[in-house]
Design a protein around this ligand. Structure first.
Ligand SMILES: [Zn+2]
Length: 83
């Protein structure tokens, strides 16, 4: 087991699709490799968090309208309306 392989297995590890043997090797590697440990923690946290978000992050209609108005304003002041 090396770091490359280890990081490639994280997704499967979290999906519970790894064989017991590979899980064992993964754990063994992480015991000795602090880099992979930290990486795995960050990785699993990211995956867990993104799974908790049910709706995709998209702005509401109101926000979009305000954003569009703001952009129009900016564009108008950049072009045309300059003294
Ligand atoms: Zn490693």
């Amino acid at each position: 087991m090396n770091c490359m392989l280890c990081s490639k297995l994280f997704q499967e590890y979290l999906d519970n699709t790894l064989s017991e043997e590979l899980i064992h090797e993964l754990n063994l590697h992480m015991e000795h490799c602090s880099r992979c440990r930290v990486f795995f923690r960050t990785y699993s946290l990211t995956v867990t968090l993104s799974r908790k978000v049910e709706q995709p992050c998209c702005p509401s209609e109101e926000t979009m309208e305000r954003l569009t108005a703001l952009l129009c304003d900016k564009l108008c002041s950049l072009h045309g309306k300059r003294p």
